[in-house]
Every structure is written in C-alpha cells, then in structure tokens.
Design a protein around this ligand. Structure first.
Ligand code: SAM
Length: 289
C-alpha cells in the first residue's frame, strides 16, 4: 500500500493548509522518510495480536504504519491543534485512538485496562519528543510492567548512553537504571536530514526488551535508583568520593571490602549486579550519614 503521511510534500501541505508550524516547545520534528518508518516497524516486530502505544503521533506518519501492522494503536498527543489533523489523516483506519494528554500525566495502567485480554502483547513504538526522553522512559518503566518492548527514536547521544556498557564512556546512571529492567540495544542510526524541521542533532532507534524476570533484585528499589544517581554524580571522582556525601566512609569502605572491590574504583567500572549488591548491602547494614 502507498503510505501518504510520511513524506515532505504531505507534511508541508498539511502544515500549510492548517496554518500550523512545527512547535519547538513540544519537540516537533516530523519524519519524512518512508524507509526509516519501515525500519522502525520492522524493529517493532508487530502483529495483529499486538497493541501498539505511541507517544507523540504528530501528523501521523508512524501511526499510519502502526495501524497497518498492529491490532490497535493507542496514541498520546499533547498538542491539541494536531488532534483533528490526526483524525483526518488516519480516517482510512479504524483501529486507533488518539488521546490528547501529556504522556507524563497519564495513568498508563488505568488506560490499558480497557484493552486487557484483547491483545497478547503491548509494545511501545515512538519517535519521542527529545526534551523529555528520560522522564518518559524512566516513568513508564517504573509505572507499568504491561509494556514488554519499547522501540524508540531518541537523540543519538542519549541512545548511546542508554545502551552503554560498563567501562565505556557512555555508561552512566541511565544505562544502569534501564539495564536493570531491560536489555537495551541500538537498532540503527538516523541522520537529522529525515526530519521536518531538521533538528541540530542526529538520532538513533533503540529497543528495550523487558526482562520477564529481573536478572538481579534490588530489595529496596528506591535506594538502588538513588544510589546509582549518587554514584555518577561527578564522573571524574571515585565512587567513594561520590558516595561520601550520602553515606559514612566506614560503611562504604566495609561495603567495598565485602565485595572485594578496590578503594579507588570509579563507578563506570562496576556492572549492574554490583550496584544491586551495593544497594542490598546498604539497605541491610547501612544508614544515612
Ligand atoms: N511521530 C511523529 C513523527 O514521527 O513524525 C512526531 C514526532 S515529534 C519528534 C514528537 C511528538 O511528540 C510531537 O507530535 C509532539 O507534539 C508530541 N509531544 C511532545 N510532548 C509530549 C507529551 N508530553 N505528551 C505527548 N506527546 C508529546
């Protein structure tokens, strides 16, 4: 089938006809490349038993492709001006719902109740608004266990950080927070030239495959997430220096000894399991300074 939405002339015409422009404050950069859209759809591996959740459908270029491949599409768009346009652009489809809400305000588990039992899988597919990439991903990972896979376009630098492995420059608190719950990997890079307007960064599509059973269990997850943020507070400092603001030196020294880790270790040298061990150790033995 010929797709109509994700190309330059359609996007230009739609914006023109509706007297609209891409809004910077909502991170609006519209995809104009059908080839990239096909590659996103391929990465998402959808079928008619799958409910696709989309964040920020924009003018509907990805939504159109999701309607073709998934059983149903639930899309959240913050910009009220785009709602009538989306409904018009997608009128040939009957398997979607556009919700005019800020994704950061959505109670996703509540919204998903009405689809319970109707679909075997729930997959999130989105070209994310870059100004809130991290809160969107961390918020959803924390708030729901119902979404089994995430396929997302994000800023290239953020993609590298999310997929970063220990002992590399990209590895940080975000790699660990996400790696705790999911296997994160990059699907492909995307040049800035495939968007209208062209952003001043390149992008990449990444996937998160959620672990059915966690690989390691942090007994106190709040403490675990706080610990990783504190550990990477200042990258050039040792772990001890970063943590000594929050915990006593004695506790940190004992913890490093317990796990046979050198005193001058830096956070980027430690894998996720070690941070989980640390947080479990602190929740059992330690307390705040
Ligand atoms: N999916 C479209 C595409 O690929 O052409 C548009 C992607 S554009 C990068 C990001 C979209 O997210 C915009 O449509 C924007 O209005 C929407 N958006 C921004 N902030 C949002 C929020 N907090 N909640 C829901 N949608 C949001």
């Amino acid at each position: 089938m010929q797709n109509k939405i994700g190309n330059k002339s359609f996007i230009d015409k739609t914006l023109n006809d509706n007297n609209l422009y891409a809004k910077k404050k909502f991170g609006q950069n519209f995809l104009k490349d059908q080839n990239i859209l096909s590659k996103i759809i391929e990465a998402a591996n959808l079928d008619k038993d799958t409910l696709a959740i989309e964040i920020g459908p924009g003018l509907g270029s990805l939504t159109e492709r999701l309607c073709e491949s998934a059983g149903f599409v639930l899309a959240y768009e913050i910009d009220i001006d785009l709602i009538p346009i989306l409904n018009e652009n997608l009128k040939e489809h009957n398997n979607f719902k556009i919700v005019n809400k800020d994704i950061l305000e959505v109670d996703i588990n509540k919204d998903l109740l009405e689809y319970e039992g109707k679909y075997k899988n729930i997959v999130l597919v989105a070209n994310l608004p870059y100004y809130i990439t991290t809160p969107i991903i961390l918020g959803l990972l924390e708030n729901t266990k119902k979404i089994k896979k995430y396929v997302m376009m994000v800023q290239l630098e953020v993609a590298d950080r999310i997929c970063g492995k220990p002992k590399t420059k990209d590895y940080n608190a975000l790699s660990i927070a996400i790696g705790y719950r999911a296997n994160a990997y990059k699907n492909f890079n995307v040049p800035r030239t495939v968007f209208i307007p062209e952003p001043n960064v390149d992008s990449a599509v990444i996937s998160l495959d959620l672990y059915e059973k966690p690989q390691y269990i942090a007994k106190n997850e709040d403490l675990f997430f706080k610990l990783i943020r504190e550990s990477f507070n200042q990258r050039r400092k040792t772990l001890i220096n970063n943590l000594s603001k929050a915990y006593s030196k004695e506790l940190i020294n004992n913890m490093l000894n317990e796990f046979n880790i050198k005193q001058n270790v830096r956070s980027e040298e430690l894998d996720i399991k070690t941070f989980v061990d640390f947080s479990n150790y602190i929740s059992e033995n330690g307390d705040k300074k």
